[in-house]
Design a protein. Structure first.
Length: 318
């Protein structure tokens, strides 16, 4: 009986402590740590900060350069009180596969809050390439092994991962031409210096409209409102293929669950507003707010699926 009473008291104390946390939260400005200024990650973070500021009070966005290690380590070592958050993409959980001695564990050191936004990739070719579908692209690549080139920016970025996943699943040999960023890679494709690319939809929309590039498929599991009328790669002859850029929200591990629930509620509310959804779509991003459990499952699935791909291809960060 004594043991049972102690367990009941401990549970009650934990509930009271969590309630006290949530009632006094926030007690100061919330810091939202994200990637370098001006990029898609920064844009996503500022959208989330608007919702958090409206529902919880002052929220400031702080930018950190690099691959994400600096930002992730800062948040991982912050007090688990909901006042320091991390807004980032798949870099955070894929970097440990790309680099050695990463100073954080993507599962152990963070508490998922929400899967917030998604930007699908597209399979895009230069108009001079005589293909109009994924099936035709795969057939051409198999007929000309090692002759087709694809452009990609940073090592381990979503377009790079999407291309290597395509190679693996289609069983083709296409050669990567590395660039310092998405902009130079897209320009090279438009100029006909490479034959194809797997960019996010927002980075090539203008070129698709002008006819300077041709899109074959969208890389998400379902069709996307950002690519109306474009089939999925799965429906075009590559079953199970899926790759997209996602933005998420984390807190340090150990943050009380009522605070996580409140953060999730405020971000989801803001992302569901018609004006927010329209702003995101105009920027090439879909609102996909989720529960912490869905985000946790997504991360574990990606680490298993894409971690294996990274190891098998010998991909290493620059």
């Amino acid at each position: 009986m004594t043991r049972v009473v102690r367990m009941i008291l401990a549970t009650a104390l934990a509930i009271l402590n969590a309630t006290a946390w949530s009632q006094s939260y926030p007690s100061k400005t919330i810091r939202l740590i994200t990637s370098e200024p001006g990029g898609a990650g920064d844009f996503s973070a500022r959208i989330m900060a608007q919702g958090l500021s409206a529902g919880l009070g002052s929220t400031v966005v702080e930018n950190r350069g690099g691959t994400g290690v600096i930002a992730a380590e800062l948040v991982a070592k912050s007090p688990p009180d909901g006042h320091t958050l991390l807004s980032y993409g798949s870099n955070i959980w894929l970097i440990p596969f790309l680099e050695d001695n990463v100073p954080y564990d993507p599962v152990r050191d963070f508490a998922p809050v929400t899967l917030a936004m998604r930007s699908p990739c597209l399979i895009v070719v230069h108009p001079s390439l005589p293909v109009h579908s994924v099936r035709e692209l795969v057939a051409l690549a198999k007929a000309r092994p090692g002759e087709l080139n694809y452009a990609a920016g940073g090592t381990g970025g979503t377009p790079h991962i999407a291309a290597e996943l395509f190679k693996s699943m289609a069983g083709v040999n296409i050669v990567r031409i590395p660039y310092k960023g998405t902009g130079p890679a897209v320009n090279s494709l438009v100029g006909g210096h490479v034959q194809l690319m797997f960019p996010t939809a927002s980075s090539v929309t203008a070129h698709l409209r002008s006819g300077r590039l041709r899109a074959l498929a969208v890389t998400t599991a379902q069709s996307s409102v950002l690519a109306p009328g474009l089939p999925t790669a799965t429906a075009s002859g590559l079953p199970g293929y899926e790759a997209s850029s996602i933005q998420v929200l984390f807190t340090p591990a150990g943050t009380p669950s009522p605070i996580i629930a409140r953060l999730n509620q405020e971000v989801a509310r803001h992302l569901s507003l018609p004006e927010t959804r329209e702003k995101l779509l105009n920027s090439g991003v879909e609102s996909v707010a989720s529960s912490p459990e869905v985000l946790s499952a997504t991360i574990k699935s990606e680490m298993s699926r894409l971690g294996k791909l990274i190891k098998d291809t010998g991909m290493k960060g620059q």
